[in-house]
Design a protein around this ligand. Structure first.
Ligand SMILES: Nc1ccn([C@@H]2O[C@H](COP(=O)(O)OP(=O)(O)OP(=O)(O)O)[C@@H](O)[C@H]2O)c(=O)n1
Ligand SMILES: [Ca+2]
Length: 534
């Protein structure tokens, strides 16, 4: 365009300069040039073209329009101080409680994949279900993390920040065992949370179905699979007291075993999710199931292939059987304690672990275990919580390693003496250390024999802790659901981003301004001629 101006317009006004001015100046000189035209040589010295009123008016208007457009474009595109909203979820698990703070841009409540985990806080002490005999302490245990949350959420957002507590399998078991005790724990927890400055929305036990389904929502939301309508990822959650499997399978429409179906309409897509939660098959309760089975044969001592050689501990029957998962199996006239020793043999450990599953009864076309229907596995899976803790400790998160090699690695680990294991991992809690051989074996058995992952489909599993900085787990999905943050229909979005819109409007205005000047060209030419004649 500048080239055009220099070639066609500027020669019309040779009186302004001996050589064409630089392009930037050309724009500003244009109206002046056009308004006065080339004066007769005789007048060249007397008449200053800048003094023509038409030239001045057009120049001023032109400059004002361009400056105004630039100011509008700059102001509109200036990075605004972003405002955020917050939500807090307490995950009251069987083994521990964790607090998660989520954050999202205030104006994007209803938009895609923008909620992120800002902070998490691990509550010191056991899960709230362990406070059945001293419920007050359950409330007190949460105080430190609640104080931390007050620091992380800006004070002016405190009253509008929703605070939820969801309890899982530990409280499910306590509720089965002693519902009055479970109510008291909730009362104490509710009292403590009501004192916080946040908008407390209540505490409740999630059903196993909700736990599985919200874990699936979290994983797929964080991966932007829901908003983009991509193939979804299945979710595998292994807790202390229960374990969940959730995935979408073309084979499953909810007609066979409807109790496993959860339907979602998210961002305009329908999902028929298969989900199942196995109560008592979290890794702590599974360990109890296994020990309960082992103590049936000889109640005084258990020689355990799932413990390292040299492991030798006296355990209390009252502790082992203090769970509805095993309480009906307590041997008659059992002594107070039993000796738990290790032999470190994975193959035998696998056989013992298999005893806690029923792989034979199935009234459906196909089952996972314990007579539970499961359609054929489909797509990739994200495996989190204890799946990740255990596999990352054992260096087994790489699922491209053949399953046979994984088993061999675990075999070597389990056969290592207990004293060497303790010596090699001074920073790891002994309670955890003592269980990794069992947990590794349990995870492989659950995945392959339980859920029917094969040597091929094993590589579809991704052991994960976080996705884009947010923990994988049910809490985010739970909050997104309760705050209606995932719309059923895809949100309408403007065809152009804001910056693009402003730029296009500005360019159009400048072009119109130039075209206007061009259209006035004959007028100015005539004006020029007239002046020459005069
Ligand atoms: N570094 C860690 C942390 C936890 N664990 C184990 O992982 C299991 C807990 O997993 P988690 O997902 O925290 O379970 P909860 O949420 O407490 O239990 P649930 O979901 O069944 O209520 C427990 O057996 C715990 O001992 C582990 O082996 N290593
Ligand atoms: Ca959990």
């Amino acid at each position: 365009m500048q080239d055009l101006l220099t070639r066609f317009l500027f020669p019309m006004c040779p009186h302004l300069s001996l050589s064409p001015p630089p392009p930037a100046t050309l724009w500003l000189l244009l109206p002046v040039c056009l308004s006065v035209g080339p004066p007769p040589l005789s007048e060249m010295k007397e008449k200053n073209p800048w003094h023509s009123p038409v030239a001045i008016i057009i120049t001023v208007i032109g400059v004002i329009v361009i400056v105004a457009l630039v100011i509008v474009a700059v102001l509109q595109n200036r990075p605004l101080a972003q405002k955020y909203k917050y939500g807090i979820v307490l995950d009251a698990g069987s083994s521990h409680t964790a607090l998660y703070i989520y954050e999202w841009p205030a104006e994007k409540d209803n938009n895609t994949g923008r909620v992120e985990q800002k902070h998490s806080c691990k509550v010191i002490g056991p899960g709230i279900s362990s406070y059945a005999s001293a419920p007050q302490k359950a409330g007190e245990s949460l105080k430190a993390c609640m104080k931390e949350a007050e620091q992380w959420v800006p004070v002016k957002r405190h009253p509008e920040t929703p605070l939820y507590l969801g309890a899982t399998a530990g409280m499910r078991l306590l509720n089965i065992e002693n519902s009055a005790a479970s109510d008291k724990v909730f009362e104490a927890v509710g009292e403590a949370l009501q004192k916080s400055p946040f908008s407390y929305q209540g505490a409740r036990i999630l059903s196993g179905q909700e736990e599985g389904a919200f874990g699936w929502v979290t994983v797929n939301y964080l991966d932007d699979r829901l908003s983009q309508g991509l193939e979804t990822t299945g979710a595998l959650d292994l807790g202390g007291a229960s374990t969940q499997i959730s995935f979408v399978s073309d084979q499953y429409d909810g007609s066979e075993s409807p109790s496993n179906a959860v339907n979602f309409r998210l961002y305009g897509n329908d999902y028929e999710l298969y989900t199942h939660s196995f109560l008592c098959y979290g890794k702590d309760q599974a360990q109890r199931l296994k020990l309960a089975h082992q103590t049936q044969s000889g109640p005084n001592a258990v020689e355990d292939p799932c413990q390292h050689p040299g492991y030798n501990t006296t355990k209390k029957y009252s502790v082992l059987y203090d769970s509805p998962c095993v309480s009906n199996r307590k041997p008659q006239g059992a002594p107070a304690t039993f000796l738990h020793t290790g032999t470190g043999n994975v193959k035998q450990c696998q056989d013992v672990v298999k005893n806690i599953f029923n792989f034979t009864d199935c009234k459906y076309s196909q089952c996972s275990f314990n007579g539970v229907y499961q359609p054929s596995l489909q797509g990739p899976f994200g495996a989190f919580s204890a799946y990740y803790f255990v596999t990352s400790f054992l260096n087994l998160t790489d699922t491209s390693v053949p399953l046979e090699d994984v088993r061999k690695k675990l075999e070597r680990y389990c056969a290592t003496s207990w004293s060497q294991i303790v010596q090699e991992h001074p920073g790891v809690k002994e309670k955890y250390l003592a269980e990794y051989c069992f947990s590794g074996t349990y995870i492989l058995t659950l995945l392959t024999e339980g859920y029917n992952f094969t040597s091929e489909s094993y590589s579809n599993i991704n052991f994960i802790k976080k996705i884009k900085g947010s923990d994988a787990g049910w809490t985010l999905g739970y909050m997104l659901n309760l705050t209606n943050m995932i719309p059923a229909e895809a949100p309408d979005s403007p065809p152009l981003p804001h910056a693009g819109y402003v730029s296009i409007v500005s360019i159009c205005a400048v072009v119109i301004f130039i075209l206007l000047l061009f259209s006035l060209r004959p007028l100015w030419a005539r004006h020029c001629k007239k002046q020459q004649i005069v």
